[in-house]
Design a protein around this ligand. Structure first.
Ligand SMILES: *Cc1c(COP(=O)(O)O)cnc(C)c1O
Length: 390
């Protein structure tokens, strides 16, 4: 008999009752060091007092009104995002998938509005992940995600990762946009080199196409800059944000320049919940904490410390680990064993990690993890690796 919850997940036999900072705690009081952060979502850990205050204060005032009315909390968060980024305007969603959906619609509307409605091809890359809607799976084009869900939405072309010749050959006057994650998350913590991101910007400028960045996983300070593309010194035309921006409350956003958003007018797009007062009150508090040079400098300092310790871990377990890659506190340990085995071995040492493609074990701690917790995480990973080798 089918379970009452549709069985689309492979869940671990673990349930958490509460959390404190980098720790998730089961009903019997067992403390797990949480290096998954709900898949890069709990940016400031569990039950951060400022976020709890922002949420509960808002909860005592008003939860939801719909976008039929002004939402001051939404305007405040939009102000913060516009101030801190390339963007001129923001649309709020409840998830990364919805942000991807709007980014795709915005690209199409942009070219229709520009009088070039046949310009519909969006170039994407192997290993990409943009969500699970019909549009987002067409954009990713990975076999696992699309199998049985055809026909796929037309207008997407998936290119091999790192193949410059294939990219040059694919760009034409039908190219509406290039859509890419500056650091692939699900694809296995694969950072796009700065020179490549610069190159994509130049290709888009030359072809007149839009550059759309998916910073759902790598954005919001995760890589040590507020947004990962800042490392390359370029700006996109459209950017998707979600995961960390709500600190655990469902929230996503599409940021865009005024030019890219041309054509989006009243009635073009909408959402019942998107940008509701609860989500935006929390999002604004997250932005105030994270969009801060001193906070981001700390992320980078801790990332360097973590990486140095991980190099030691790899050297100690050459049969289990091959290397480390990533940027900031978006790190991946490339495994010689199945990463899911390493995740399970981690459970036995009370540490939570997340597998990814390309044999990666993702380490995505809350950005406010402290030095002692980083040392503790490496000690637990060390014991987990030793148990696998045994
Ligand atoms: C998680 C993710 C998404 C989808 O976000 P959901 O909130 O799960 O819908 C899209 N793009 C990237 C890069 C992601 O990591």
């Amino acid at each position: 008999m089918i379970p009452h919850v549709l069985p689309t997940y492979n869940r671990a036999p673990l349930a958490f009752e509460r959390g404190e900072g980098a720790w998730a705690i089961t009903a019997d009081g067992t403390r797990y060091l949480d290096l998954g952060a709900g898949i890069a979502v709990n940016l400031l850990g569990h039950a951060h007092p400022d976020l709890v205050a922002a949420l509960t204060e808002q909860a005592g005032r008003i939860w939801h009104v719909s976008n039929l009315y002004q939402i001051p909390e939404q305007e405040r968060l939009a102000d913060l995002l516009v101030e801190a980024t390339f963007a001129d305007t923001v649309f709020f969603t409840n998830s990364g998938t919805e942000a991807a959906e709007l980014a795709i619609k915005m690209v199409r509307k942009h070219w229709d509005h520009a009088g070039d409605p046949d310009r519909i091809e969006i170039l994407t890359f192997e290993g990409a992940f943009h969500g699970r809607s019909t549009g987002a799976i067409a954009a990713a084009g990975s076999e696992k995600m699309v199998k049985g869900f055809g026909p796929l939405m037309p207008g997407f072309r998936t290119l091999p990762w790192g193949d410059h010749a294939a990219l040059d050959a694919a760009v034409s006057d039908r190219t509406a946009a290039i859509l890419v994650e500056p650091v692939q998350g699900e694809g296995g913590i694969r950072p796009l080199p700065d020179a490549c991101l610069k190159g994509l910007r130049e290709i888009c400028d030359r072809a007149g196409a839009l550059l759309v960045l998916d910073e759902v996983q790598c954005g919001m300070g995760r890589t040590g800059r507020l947004f990962a593309h800042e490392y390359a010194g370029i700006a996109p035309d459209i950017m998707m944000v979600a995961k960390g921006i709500g600190g655990g409350f469902p929230l996503g956003a599409v940021l865009a320049t005024e030019a890219a958003a041309a054509g989006m007018v009243a009635g073009s797009h909408g959402s019942t919940y998107g940008g509701n007062p609860l989500a935006c009150a929390v999002g604004a508090r997250v932005m105030q904490i994270v969009a801060d040079d001193a906070f981001l400098a700390e992320v980078n300092r801790k990332a360097a410390l973590f990486r140095q310790k991980l190099e030691g871990l790899i050297a100690a377990h050459p049969a289990v680990f091959e290397g480390v890659r990533g940027q900031g506190l978006m790190l991946g340990l490339k495994c010689r064993v199945a990463p899911t085995d390493m995740v399970r071995a981690g459970y036995d040492q009370q540490i939570l990690t997340v597998p990814a493609a390309d044999n990666m074990l993702r380490l995505l701690p809350p950005l406010n993890i402290d030095d002692a917790e980083i040392a503790e995480a490496v000690a637990r990973l060390d014991r987990a690796a030793a148990s696998l080798a045994a």
